[in-house]
Design a protein around this ligand. Sequence first.
Ligand SMILES: [Zn+2]
Length: 614
Amino acid sequence: MLRRGLTVRGFRDKLLVQFIQERAGKYTMATAMDQWDLDYLYTGFEDEAFLRDLRSLNQDGEALRTLLSDETLPEAEKLEKLVSASETLNAKLDRLNNFVSCTLATDAANAAANKADDQLMSVYTTLIPLFSGITRFVSSMKDLEGAIAGSELLSRSAFALREMKEEAEHLIPDAIEPWILEMKLSGGNAFSQLRDKLDSTVSVDYRDEKLPLSGVRGKAYDPDPLVRKDAYDAEIAAYSKIDLPMSYCLNSIKREAITLAKAKGYASVLDMTLASSRMDRETLDALWTAVREYLPDFRRYLKAKAKLLGHEGGLPFWDLFAPVGNATKTYTIEEARETLIRELGKFTPKMAAFIDNAFAQRWIDLYPRDGKTGGAFCAPVHFADRSLVMTNFQGSFSDVSTLAHELGHAWHNRCLAGLPYGLIDTPMPLAETASIFNETMLSYQVLKSCGREERLTLLESGLMESTQTVVDIYSRFLFEQEVIDTRADHAMTVEELKDAMLRAQDASYGDGLRPDARHPYMWACKSHYYSSGYNFYNFPYAFGLLFGKGVFAQYLEKGEAFVEDYCRLLRLCGSAKVADVAASVGIDVRDPDFWRSSLEVIKKDIDEFCLLAQ
Ligand SMILES: [Zn+2]
């Protein structure tokens, strides 16, 4: 079966990208050895193999279409042919898409890459209805189970085939599906693009300068408290220039989501998102139940940080990302490489060898340079059993941690090697398991051997991110729920949106955040609310962080015996429902107790931070 999307452009690490972009600093010079090797994909945009593969996509689509409409083949044989044609097409898309989008990620203005990207996207749009076509065929089969039992090829992809049968209940009638896809281009997708344009073009008056929003938000990490406060004031003032069109974007995207959920026969937008995340309500409820219990601990951390920065009571919003402590240890890339190999290698020597190899074979594009996009990501190159990692390394511990994170994704990709394409797409909630595990392992090991000042800094930066991923994400979930409920009745005004945001922040941050110094425009700030294809683009982050920490807690408990379980769990991520993946290593995600065990890992850090902060 065809994959749902081209993953490099997908969701992975968007939150992280935002964190890091906001901290972007000076560039260092890069040399070719620090840049990744894409030659095994194609040698260039004039490469005969590249041109041939790109040209052949239309014929491949046509062949699949002909196969789909063939009424003469016995159904099991037809399904086998569809599955193997999809596998071949996926491998070709894998290669083409990685070459084009990874070139663009480091060289945004590359004309040949932009042209190829355009061509690739337009062919891809014509392939999308084939997903539904195959799904419809699978659901129409008289004896799917018989076909699976009688074919090795089909039994390898059994989970994906059975899932298609379930999904068929929620397909839009095929006569109108192409029209809906086309209208999305001028509907939700267009509003989403407009949002990005507004965000990237508004000019912020900061002191005597005019800055982009990203520039002024980056100042939230500045060591000077006056810079942080002025930047926050400037940022809030700037939103009033764009809040009205932003509110239209948000209202329209959510209205479209409500309409689509209805058209597809889902009881709600949340149910639609849960289905695509392979998750159930019970799991989500268990997660939030535990999170609510631990909110007072996060507030304790926020108040301790406030006190450290000289505030009475809660923390003002502009100091959420303020650096704490004076530890400024920096790493060269060689030191970073050694640290990663040494500390993550303590999990298993295979991990050490894997990381060493990733550096040696130039899987990683390391440094910032002109034309390269901010942030970090890891793209799987499944057909070649490799990954492509992009970072903007500048030597901070956070940069080392980002490498650990992305190499965690790469390790996850390695665990999926050899599986059919239909089984490698990990749903959002599980996609961050290996990356969070690596980050947690790194900081756990490094914290063991560092002094008080460095410890305070490292603990705090970890807690700052956990607070974003648990507390802020909870506020975003509450906010989005309210917007969707209200939008079913009417379009929300700017004032209503601001009020709803403040209410959501109150419910999650409570007295940890100063009541008169919150952020009523977080709905305009975060792009996640404006994804036209994915709603509630928030809880998977909280799930991912806490699941990764919970898995790490299991490792601490079971030690080396857990290594094999862990790899098995990662391999299963695209081949089962979330709860079943977790159950395979004895984790019950429907039980709040599992989530409590993850939150306890964070609570220990909070306790220690509060002690050190005194
Ligand atoms: Zn990630």
